[in-house]
Design a protein around this ligand. Sequence first.
Ligand code: SF4
Length: 271
Amino acid sequence: VTALTYGGAVSFPNPLPSALSPSRLADFQSCPRKYQHGSIDRLPQPASYATAKGNLAHAIFEQLFSAPAAERTLEFARSLVPAAEQAVLTERVREEVGLDEAGVARLRAETAAILERYFEMEDPRTVVTEGVELRLTGQLDGAPVLGILDRLDRHEDGSLTIVDYKTGALPNRNYDSQTFANAELYAALCESQRGERPRAVRLLYVAHGQAIERPVTAPVVRARAQAAAAAWDRITTFYDRGEFPATPSKAACRFCAFRDVCRSNGVAVVA
Ligand code: SF4
């Protein structure tokens, strides 16, 4: 039980987070209880192999794009791996993931393959970025939103594209609107904070060498801002009530870190 009762009123011991990130919004939209456990109760979320792999690749790409354009070669990217490993694969992460020697070897091989695939997708020496791991915060329709963009690229014609690296599986052919949700929320934030609407969002599925891109339009930006505002409204309501409902589903529970907590609280988790 995470909420405390004071004279009949129910309240959480921790304050409401000051802002909503796209990934926390996705948590809330898939299951409000997941948001509660992660963002309000602040229960630990043990690292997984997938998150370790994603963080490792992101750390390498961040350093790659922090170097002068002419230096961004595959050889240079490979040279960044040991330092990234040291930063990402801490003792705690190795323990939580259960990474033994064979696990580390697998991770290294997959990271090497990601770098090769990536360099087949684009030549980073030709990419002009406005920012890498760019932090943007602002209000969208009254909702405080915080986003960290993997990359914001500037093209020769002056337009911008939001680039998001994905190290997981490709979405199926009928991309649902959730595929682009995070990146489009970044686009809304970018327009509201920088006064420029990006031309497109581009998802780089670096493990597969495939990119998918979608144009950013005014209705898209408006819809994402409205969705964030509606979610924030519900979050504050549930917070004041002292409980976020659980909405178990296969998609939500499958990779949820809180299944044991839910089961012990009698929630019918969908495995
Ligand atoms: S296990 Fe399922 S019901 Fe429980 S918080 Fe996670 S997604 Fe929600």
